[in-house]
Each structure stands twice: as C-alpha cells, then as structure tokens.
Design a protein around this ligand. Structure first.
Ligand code: C2E
Ligand code: CA
Ligand code: CA
Length: 509
C-alpha cells in the first residue's frame, strides 16, 4: 500500500541504473577497442602496448568503481526507506504507550472487521478506573507510569492483540479470529486480575483497576463503528455497576439504552410543556386526625400513557442533569402551592442532586425568591445516601439545616444503616420503610425493628413517621409501639392540590 512505494527514491535508483547501463556499454566498447589496440600494437609496435593496456585497465577499474557506487547508493536508499517507514509507524503510534493511535486503530478495525468474507473478531474496550485520582494525587509522571503498566499488562496477557489508545485512559483491544464471548470474558477477567496485583507507581505501591466492555463481530455488530459502540455500551454499564469489571454486550443493553434515551427525550419535552405535576400525600399524627405535614410526590401527566409514576423515570433522569431540572421543577411548584397547603411540605431529593456542590445554595435561593421560610420545607434523603455521604453531601445538608430546612431519613430499613451510625448525622425525622409496616402484624422481626427504631428516635429526640399504613390494625399497633406520625393509603393517597383543597373544604363543611 501507500506505506511501501516511495517513487522519489526509487526513481533516483532507476536513473542511476540507466546511467550505469549506458556507462557500462561505453566502458565495454572502449575496453574492446583497447584489447584490439593491444593485439594490433603487439604485432606492429610492441613498445606502445602499454597505452591500450593502460586504457583497458582503467576501464576495468572504472567498471568496478561504478558497481561499488551502485551498491553503496542502494544501501543508502534502503536505509532511508527504512527510516521513512519507521517514521510512519511512529506517527501511527501513541508516543507514551506505543499503542496505535485512534485513527490508525480504527482503520485497522475497519480492515479486519467481519464483512462477510473475513474472519470474526473480538473487541474489548477498556477504560482505566480512577486515573484522574492518580494524576491529581501523585502527578502526571505517575499517571503516565500507570498507563505504561497497563499497556505492558495487556501485551503480556493478550500478546496477539491489536491495541489502540482511543483517548486519555481508554483503549481498544482487537482480537482477530476470536469471537467466543465466554473465552473473551475469561481473558478480560484475567487481565483485570493481573492489573489488581500490587505495583510500584511513582513512589507508592498501588493496585490498578479498569472497566471493560466486550462485543464481537459479526454476532453483535456488522461494522467497526457498531462494534465499538456496542462494546462501549457494555463498558458504560460496567461503570454504572461499580467499575472494576468486564461486561459482555447483550441485546437487552441496547433495548434498555434506547428506552432510556426515549424517556429522556420525552421528559425534556414534558418539562417544557409543564406536564410534570406534583401530588401531595398527607402525614398525620398517630392519632389519625391531626395533620402534620405533606410529602410532595412527582407525577408525569403523559399524553398517551396517562399518569406515570416516578419509579418509571427517576432512575433515568438520574443519569444526567435532568434530575436537577426535575427537582427544581418540583420545588418551584411546591413553593407556589405551599400557601394553599396547611402544613409543611417534604420534598424528595435524589442522591445525585445531593452530590452537586451548588445544590443547597440553589435550593435556598429558590426558597428566597418565592418568599418561603426554610422551616416550612423538609427534604427526604434515603438512608443509603447518608451511609456513603462524603464532604459534598454533608456540606449541602449543613447549609440547608442552617437555613431551617429540616432533614428526614427516608426508607429506613431498606438499606443497612445501623441505628448507632445514624447518631453522627443531624436530622429531624426518620421515615420507616413501607416494607416493615406491611409485615408489622405478621412478622415479629419487623415488629422488633420498628420498635427499636421508635426507641432510638425517642432517645435522639427525633420524630418517626411510618410509611405505607394501609389498615386500622397497623395504625393501632404503631400507636402502641410509640410511633409519632403515619402516612399511607388508609389516611390519604397522593393527590393533586386541587383535589386536596376540595377534600379539605368537604371536611370543614
Ligand atoms: P418514597 O419517597 O418512599 O415515597 C413513598 C411512596 O410510597 C410513594 O410512591 C407513595 O405513593 C407510596 N405510598 C404511600 N402510601 C402508600 C401505601 O399506603 N401503600 C402503598 N403501597 N404505597 C404507598 P411514588 O409516588 O410512586 O414514589 C416512588 C418514589 O419515587 C418515592 O419513594 C421517591 O423515592 C421517588 N420520588 C417521588 N417523587 C420524587 C421527586 O420529586 N424527586 C425525587 N428525586 N424522587 C421522587
Ligand atoms: Ca420520600
Ligand atoms: Ca419513603
């Protein structure tokens, strides 16, 4: 191909060869005449034989020199050609790792990927976990060393792979002729295992980890672009599931992905068209009569699917900043509705929102703009968030609390927070998960858990709200246990504000 022919050098060689042939003919002719001269002069004038003889010898010497020159030139040209080829190869390789660069690697994939006649191919897309942390913590030299170690490990575990560096810490690994997913999965696991071994990076012993997505051609994909995007989808899944693993692409991933994309697209429209509504569910004192507060629950009024529950779209929204916009839309609506509600309102806050450094500021700003005092609002965060809370989450919670916003721990019991652990957080309510209330009468274990939570809450001086109370018997039991408040279908379902006002009027009448 293009790499091999180099016309300029070649033509120099050809010209030299043509000139040489012309020269050689001349030399041969002169040589012949000299020999004839020698023969003639031997007979006619022997004392002059040295002239043609000298000429003949000179010619012979010239011929030899010419030949040597040609050899030397050829060698020189061959060397130049080698250097040129190496330069091209270098230009196609990443300077640090020696892997092919992105464009050349994709070219190689294109060339090899199965298109009917060629052999099948396995493709691994690898993304290093936490390289940024290495770079930030130990400097870029350490980051480079980590990448080099990664590449060496790949070469050692999969010697016959074509390796390309696709971006900063993302690599493509192609295996020609290997399309057995199970074998590829095992190979990837072995690679991850090797990476987990301790190695000295910079001046520290570290273990590296990576996430890998696997796809094969022609089974999963027809072209190079499709093959890479399928592996990338599997990789993305792996990252979401906690990294440090190899996942093999399967068709369900694509279906889920398309589903999520279409929900995301529709949600964007729903926000613009005001189809995102807020319903309110009352929370009553355990006496069953006194209203304590409301929980705001989001609903999507979908044009053909009717009222869509948050379980259908919150998780998708959490994959992007859609969750922030959704959260703001809910809070904005609550701020409008709150004057017509006769009690404080609790809004649900996703763990993703709480991780944004500017979350609390923005929240307080919105309350300020609407003229809503902090204590009229509470937020509900799930227990699992607090378990994993880092600096950002804690800072957000503290800011909110400083402005009088109260904090509820939602779904207690669904996660694994120990009651002791909960002490380290400043919060105002505990909400006991619906699953415990549902089994309250039948399961002694659940009854024990609910009782324990109520006891601890009393000791910590926080309120307990039981969720999902559906029967009078459950309410009775909760009253005996010493729970403060209850929420559930027995006392009121989530309804829009208009329906709520109507109900209150009826009660008052
Ligand atoms: P959650 O915070 O645990 O909300 C309580 C859920 O229990 C609500 O479901 C409510 O309708 C339901 N529920 C209440 N009483 C009963 C009962 O007696 N029996 C039964 N079976 N269910 C009852 P919903 O509205 O479908 O919300 C589901 C989840 O979606 C919520 O769980 C919350 O985590 C999340 N969510 C709701 N609104 C928002 C929101 O505005 N933002 C965020 N980030 N998440 C929200
Ligand atoms: Ca809640
Ligand atoms: Ca809950």
């Amino acid at each position: 191909g293009a790499v091999r022919d180099d016309s300029s050098l070649r033509s120099v060689l050809e010209t030299y060869r043509a000139v040489s042939i012309g020269g050689a003919i001349l030399v041969a002719l002169t040589f012949a005449f000299s020999v004839a001269g020698v023969v003639v002069s031997v007979h006619a004038a022997p004392q002059l034989v040295w002239f043609p003889l000298g000429a003949a010898l000179t010619m012979a010497l010239m011929l030899v020199l010419w030949r040597i020159g040609y050899r030397m030139l050829r060698e020189q040209l061959a060397k130049a050609e080698m250097q040129r080829l190496e330069g091209i190869a270098r230009a196609h390789r990443d300077a640090l790792t020696g892997a092919f660069n992105r464009s050349y690697f994709i070219g190689e994939l294109k060339r090899h990927v199965y298109t009917g006649a060629m052999v099948p191919m396995g493709y691994l897309q690898l993304d290093m976990d936490h390289l940024k942390a290495v770079n930030d913590g130990q400097g870029h030299a350490a980051g480079d060393a980590a990448l080099l170690h990664l590449i060496e490990t790949i070469r050692r575990v999969i010697p016959d792979a074509i390796i390309g560096r696709l971006g900063g810490d993302e690599f493509g690994i192609a295996l020609i002729g290997q399309d057995n997913k199970r074998a590829l999965g095992k190979l990837a696991d072995r690679l991850l295992g090797e990476l987990r071994r301790e190695v000295k990076i910079g001046d520290r012993m570290t273990r590296l980890s990576a996430t890998i997505g696997i796809a094969v051609a022609p089974f999963d994909a027809e072209g190079d672009v499709e093959l890479m995007s399928r592996a990338d989808l599997a990789l993305y899944r792996g990252k979401k599931q906690g990294r440090a693993m190899a996942l093999t692409y399967d068709h369900d991933m694509l279906v889920d992905d398309r589903h999520a994309r279409s929900i995301m697209r529709e949600l964007r429209g729903a926000l613009l068209l005001n189809k995102i509504k807020v319903y309110y569910q009352p929370v009553y004192d355990v006496d069953g009569v006194t209203l304590r507060s409301y929980e705001a629950l989001v609903r999507w009024h979908h044009s053909h699917r009717g009222v869509v529950l948050p379980g259908q779209f919150i998780a998708v929204a959490e994959q992007s900043d859609m969750i922030d916009r959704l959260g703001e839309a809910v809070l904005r609506q609550v701020c409008i509705d709150i004057d017509r509600l006769d009690a404080p309102v609790a809004v649900n806050v996703s763990p993703v929102q709480l991780r944004r450094p500017e979350f609390a500021e923005r929240f307080i700003e919105m309350l300020g703009q609407a003229g809503v005092a902090g204590p009229r609002i509470a937020i509900e965060v799930t227990e699992s968030v607090l378990m994993k809370a880092g600096g950002v989450e804690t800072a957000n919670l503290n800011t909110l609390r400083r402005h009088g916003v109260r904090i509820a721990i939602d779904d207690l019991g669904a996660g694994h927070a120990s009651l002791e652990y909960l002490r380290s957080f400043a919060f105002d309510f505990i909400k006991i998960d619906r699953s415990h209330i549902a089994k309250l009468l039948k399961s002694p274990v659940d009854r024990a858990i609910v009782t324990a939570v109520c006891d601890v809450a009393r000791a910590l001086d926080v309120e307990v709200i039981a969720e999902g109370v559906e029967t009078r018997e459950q309410l009775e039991q909760l009253r005996r246990i010493g729970c403060n408040s209850v929420q559930g279908y027995l006392l009121g379902r989530p309804v829009p504000l208009a329906a709520r006002s109507l109900m209150l009027k009826k009660q008052a009448a």
